[in-house]
Design a protein. Structure first.
Length: 431
């Protein structure tokens, strides 16, 4: 083996880079290697999400997701300010359209206050118009700390930072396998060398942050097949710029009150850091052989087929898409559309969606050898990243075997759109 590292991280998205950063914070001088098969960092989900820094309204108080979101948002802004990265606290409204949605809005308010979402307040119809003049509703929650950021720029900044601290970031290199090290000593990571051969590196620990490939690498290292990544594709519609003198469609973001039976937040209107405004997204299953062969996929499809029909209708009809958003921003019409910006889910065998942070561990034994160092696969989950106009994009989710979603309020992973941390001095790091 040519080299040995203390930590090898697979994947140079924002999660993988943050894991490497945290490893160096905990052990200064550690030998850290980040391996990425693409020729640039943030080439997939990190670079193709909506760029929203969520505040932490949706999650059960005290849950890991709530902590990641609230603390991660605070540290994300601090990191952007420290490194002069583009960001803006433009605020978000979650709008109730009728009395039948007020109970769900009450619950969101309870959760947001328990999670200590900064500046959260409830407003009436007049308050909605004061914040977003073109929006309508009977009541809303306003989260002024919700914002937007360029996550690709954040990832590049983290990569430069860890490289300056001695980490190696190896681009254009695919990890083809992970196996126990000799005599159970750590792990051996197989790297495709580009000439049809394989290079082996040793690692005391391996953390896989490989997005859509995370479950495949987990299984190759001996982890169970459950849960499995099931890809969904999301599409956002982009609005044309308004003529000079006309007010923008939104100043920040406007969301509906989510349906608690579904793992989605609904079609919303979002302003991005580049000034673009989008509607969306849809959530369409990508019919890969692996997804269709997984029992959890079919259990979810049977349970939510009506939702699937609605999503399909919006995917093929821009007018239906616009109509969904026009319920709370009535001035929107199909004439406002300029094009499309274009999520995956990981499911357990039963069909239930697994938690936003799912850890699969392998514990493989050689002949007569002690247990190998666990190879850990982290799957950072989110069903709500969009992409730039012109092409489909995929994201992650986790599907469990039970055929139901284990939380009730939304599955647009606030952790993905605002990768967070529960640890000081390490923005974006998982615990």
């Amino acid at each position: 083996m040519a080299k040995r590292y203390d930590v090898v991280v697979v994947g140079a998205g924002i999660v993988g880079l943050a894991v490497a950063r945290e490893a160096l914070r905990r052990r200064p001088g550690a030998r850290v290697l980040v391996v990425e098969k693409e020729t640039e960092v943030a080439a997939h989900q990190t670079g193709h999400n909506s760029g929203v820094v969520h505040g932490g309204i949706y999650y059960e108080p005290g849950s890991l997701k709530a902590r990641l979101c609230v603390e991660g948002a605070r540290e994300m802004y601090a990191y952007c300010e420290q490194h002069d990265l583009p960001h803006e606290r433009c605020g978000k409204l979650v709008v109730a359209l009728g009395a039948d949605e007020l109970g769900r809005l009450d619950e969101l308010e309870r959760r947001g206050r328990a999670n200590q979402v900064p500046g959260l307040r409830r407003v009436d119809a007049a308050g909605i118009r004061e914040i977003e003049p073109l929006a309508t509703g009977v009541a809303a929650l306003h989260a002024p700390g919700t914002g937007i950021v360029d996550y690709r720029a954040v990832a590049r900044a983290i990569a430069a930072e860890i490289a300056a601290e001695g980490a190696e970031v190896l681009l254009g290199t695919e990890v083809t396998g992970i196996a126990p090290g000799p005599a159970g000593d750590g792990a051996v990571v197989d790297l495709a060398d580009g000439d049809g051969g394989t290079t082996h590196v040793g690692a005391a620990r391996v953390v896989v942050c490989a997005g859509l490939q995370a479950d495949r690498l987990a299984r190759r290292s001996g982890a169970p097949a459950d849960p499995r990544i099931v890809p969904f594709r999301g599409a956002y519609l982009v609005l044309r710029p308004r003529p000079d003198g006309e007010p923008p469609v939104v100043r920040g973001m406007v969301y509906p009150v989510p349906d608690p039976t579904l793992p989605f937040l609904g079609v919303h209107v979002t302003r991005h850091i580049d000034g673009e405004i989008s509607l969306g997204p849809t959530a369409m299953l990508v019919p890969t052989a692996a997804a269709l062969g997984w029992p959890g996929t079919w259990r979810v499809a049977r349970r939510f087929w009506r939702t699937g029909v609605t999503e399909l209708r919006m995917a093929v009809s821009p007018r239906a898409f616009v109509a969904a958003a026009a319920r709370y921003v009535p001035s929107l019409t199909a004439a406002d559309l300029a094009g499309r910006r274009t999520p995956a889910s990981a499911r357990r065998r039963s069909g239930a969606t697994a938690a936003s942070w799912t850890t699969s561990s392998s514990r493989r034994r050689g002949r007569g050898q002690p247990p190998a160092q666990r190879a850990v696969a982290r799957r950072h989950v989110g069903l709500r990243p969009g992409a730039r106009a012109g092409g489909p994009r995929r994201a992650l989710g986790v599907v469990a075997p039970a055929g139901r979603f284990p939380w009730r309020w939304g599955h647009e992973s606030e952790g993905v759109e605002a990768p967070g941390t529960s640890r000081p001095r390490a923005p974006l790091s998982p615990p």
